[in-house]
Design a binder for this molecule. Structure first.
Ligand SMILES: Nc1nc2c(ncn2[C@@H]2O[C@H](COP(=O)(O)OP(=O)(O)O)[C@@H](O)[C@H]2O)c(=O)[nH]1
Ligand SMILES: [Mg+2]
Length: 399
C-alpha cells in the first residue's frame, strides 16, 4: 500500500509528509525499506482491536497510543507539479514517474488561495483553489493519455492483425500504473467501445479511456491545507459546495507538525487526530511556544471537525476512498508464541475473502485452507466469507 502526496509547489506537501511520518514513539524497525528520502512511513489510526477483548495489542509494526492502534503505510512525497508537467514543464515526467506505484493520492492544495498557479506566494484569497483541483486531474489524465497513445496506431493494427486481445496489450502497456486486464476490460465496456476493433477508436475515445483508467487507478482525496490562514475556512466551505463528489478535508499540516514535534519532545501529550492535547511541561516552554499552542487549539482544533485533518486525510484515503480493510490474524488466545497480543495486521483490498487472507499471510496457509474463524463473532466461516474492517480471523489449515 502506497500513498502518494501530490500538488503544485509551496502548498505544504512536504509539511504534510513530515507531519504524517513523524511518530512520537521510537520506531525500531520499519516494515518497508526506505530507498529514497521522499519515501516514508505514515500511519492509519484505528481503535485498538485488542481492547474489545480487554487487552492491549503489541504491534510488530506500528504502535499503540491510548486506545488507538497506528498501522504503517508507505507514503511518498512527490515534488511539485506545475501546469504542463505532462509536456515536461517543471521537472515534468520525472515526478509523474514517482507516482506510478501509488494506490491512492492525497492532493494537497492551498485552500487559503495564497499560492498562485506556479506555486509562488500571493496574498490570501488571491488565487482560486478550485483551479488546482482541475489542473492536477488534467495533468494526470494527459500523462496516462501520452502513455496510452504512444505508437497507438501501429499498436492497434498489430493487435487486430495478430488476433491478440486489446485488453492484454493495454494492460501490459499500462501495468506500471497498476492497470490490469480486468480494469481495462471494465473501462472499455463502460465507455461502450468496440473491443474487437480498437483501430476504429477515435482520439476522443482514447482520451476518455485514459481519463477513466486514471480515475480508477489513481483515486484522489483533497487535503485542503492552510485552513488556519485567513480566507481558508470560507474557501473550504465554498469548495465543498462546488465539488460534492470529491472528498475534501480541512487541514493544517503546520499545526499537526508542531503538535507532533512537541509530543516527541514530551512537552505535550497529543494523539494524532484528536481535537485537544495536554501540556505536560509548561515550565520548559517559552511564551512563544505557549502562544503557538494556544493558537492551534483555538484557531484549528476548536474550529474544524477533524482537528488538524492530517490523520483524517490518511484514514479516509485508505478506509473510505479505496475502501481497504485492516484484518488481524489471531486465535482464541489472541497471542503469538512469544506472548505478543495481536501482533500482525494486514491491509486488504475491498471484497477480500477468508481465503484471500490466508494466502496473504502465507501461501501454505492458503493452499491448506480448511476453514476460518471470526474471533470477535465466534463464528466458523468458509473460503468465500467476505471480511470486514478490523476483523480478527484465525485460519485453520492442513499445512
Ligand atoms: N499557515 C500554514 N502554512 C503552511 C501549512 N503547511 C505548510 N505551510 C507553509 O507553506 C510553505 C511551503 O510548505 P512546503 O511543505 O515546503 O510545501 P511544498 O512545496 O508543497 O512541499 C512553508 O513555508 C510552510 O511552512 C499550514 O498548514 N498552514
Ligand atoms: Mg516539498
Amino acid at each position: 500500500m502506497q500513498i502518494g502526496i501530490v500538488g503544485k509547489p509551496n502548498v505544504g506537501k512536504s509539511t504534510f509528509f513530515k507531519a504524517a511520518t513523524l511518530a512520537e514513539v521510537e520506531i525500531a524497525n520499519y516494515p518497508f525499506a526506505t530507498i529514497k528520502p521522499n519515501v516514508g512511513v505514515a500511519y492509519l489510526k484505528q481503535k485498538d482491536i485488542a481492547r474489545e477483548f480487554g487487552r492491549i495489542s503489541n504491534p510488530r509494526d506500528g504502535f499503540v497510543l491510548g486506545e488507538s492502534r497506528f498501522i504503517p503505510v508507505q507514503m511518498i512525497d512527490v515534488a511539485g507539479l506545475v501546469p504542463g508537467a505532462h509536456e515536461g514543464k517543471g521537472m515534468g515526467n520525472q515526478f509523474l514517474d514517482d507516482l506510478r506505484q501509488a494506490d491512492v493520492l492525497i492532493h494537497v492544495i492551498d485552500v487559503s488561495g495564497s499560492t498562485n498557479n506556479k506555486g509562488e506566494p500571493v496574498g490570501p484569497g488571491t488565487h482560486n483553489p478550485a483551479n488546482d483541483i482541475k489542473f492536477l486531474e488534467t495533468e494526470l489524465d494527459m500523462w496516462y493519455l501520452a502513455i496510452l497513445g504512444k505508437g497507438w496506431e501501429k499498436f492497434s493494427r498489430q493487435v487486430m492483425h495478430d488476433k491478440g486481445k486489446i485488453t492484454v496489450a493495454l494492460a501490459k502497456q499500462l501495468s506500471g500504473l497498476k492497470v490490469n486486464e480486468e480494469i481495462v476490460e471494465y473501462a472499455i465496456k463502460k465507455l461502450e467501445l468496440d473491443i474487437e476493433k480498437p483501430d476504429g477508436w477515435t482520439s476522443d475515445n482514447l482520451k476518455d479511456l485514459a481519463i477513466l483508467l486514471r480515475k480508477i487507478t489513481k483515486p484522489m482525496i483533497i487535503a485542503c491545507n492552510k485552513v488556519d490562514v485567513s480566507c481558508g475556512k470560507q474557501n473550504f466551505d465554498k469548495l465543498k459546495d462546488d465539488f460534492p463528489d470529491i472528498i475534501l478535508i480541512p487541514v493544517s499540516s503546520e499545526s499537526e507538525l508542531a503538535l507532533r514535534e512537541a509530543a516527541k519532545l514530551s512537552l505535550i501529550k497529543y494523539i494524532p487526530g484528536e481535537k485537544s492535547f495536554n501540556i505536560k511541561e509548561p515550565s520548559e516552554m517559552n511564551d512563544k511556544q505557549i502562544a503557538a499552542l494556544k493558537f492551534i487549539q483555538e484557531s484549528v482544533l476548536n474550529q474544524f471537525e477533524f482537528g488538524t485533518g492530517v490523520q483524517e486525510t490518511i484514514n479516509q484515503a485508505v478506509f473510505n476512498l479505496i475502501k481497504y480493510i485492516a484484518v488481524y490474524p489471531g486465535g482464541a488466545t489472541l497471542q503469538d508464541k512469544d506472548g505478543n497480543v495481536i501482533p500482525d495486521c494486514f491491509l486488504m483490498p475491498p471484497n477480500s475473502t477468508a481465503l484471500d487472507f490466508a494466502y496473504r499471510i502465507h501461501t501454505d496457509l492458503g493452499k491448506g485452507f480448511i476453514r476460518a474463524k471470526d474471533i470477535k463473532k465466534k463464528l466458523t466461516v468458509g473460503k468465500e466469507h467476505l471480511l470486514n474492517n478490523s476483523d480478527v480471523i484465525e485460519i485453520i489449515s492442513s499445512k
